[in-house]
Design a protein around this ligand. Structure first.
Ligand code: FES
Length: 186
């Protein structure tokens, strides 16, 4: 990847940030505790300037060994940056969208406890449509990543069941998928 001049290290103080253009992309560069972090200045929610809002300490819940809660507190070590449009939070060290991780954790907890109704069918459909659109847009935009982190995160049966239902709900047949793949080479 080509290098990009952001500024002299001596001119960027801890806690400051710079927004720079790299080609057509806006990138936010943060300096925190002597480390630099760079992320796309594009919020996953509605495309807001994700890197231009507040930075705040992560709010954590203190859980005791007997599973009782001692309330919420601000983390000493973990920091979030917050999109100024609607408050979506991102982890400063990883860039992960905190709301998405929280929702996924809640759904997984429900599954472990035998609850399959953490999301209503309506909420599930809205979420699935947003995920499909986001993945397609990022894929078309050249962000080449796989929709699953690894092959063990979901079973083959779960993939086939979901893929089959997706095709059916969009009124697509498997042969149409095959034709699209042969046309596009994907
Ligand atoms: S666009 Fe960033 S929170 Fe809505």
């Amino acid at each position: 990847m080509a290098e990009q001049f952001v500024g002299k290290a001596s001119e960027i103080k801890d806690g400051e940030r710079r927004i720079v253009f790299v080609g057509e992309h806006e990138i936010g560069v943060f300096k925190e505790k002597g480390e630099y972090y760079a992320y796309s200045n594009f919020c996953l929610h509605q495309g807001g300037p994700a890197c231009e809002g507040l930075t705040i300490a992560k709010v954590e819940e203190r859980i005791m060994p007997d599973k009782t809660s001692r309330g919420l507190y601000f983390s000493d070590t973990e920091l979030h940056f917050v999109c100024p449009w609607h408050g979506m939070e991102y982890d400063m060290k990883t860039g992960e969208c905190v709301a998405a991780i929280g929702l996924a954790t809640e759904i997984e907890r429900g599954l472990r406890e035998g609850r399959f109704d953490t999301l209503t069918p309506q909420a599930f459909q809205v979420l699935m449509a947003a995920l499909c659109k986001t993945y397609a847009a990022q894929s078309e935009g050249g962000e080449g990543f796989m929709p699953l982190a690894d092959r063990n995160s979901v079973s083959p049966t779960e993939i086939m069941t979901t893929t089959s239902a997706l095709l059916k709900s969009a009124n697509l047949a498997v042969f149409e998928l095959g034709m699209w793949q042969s046309w596009t080479g994907r």
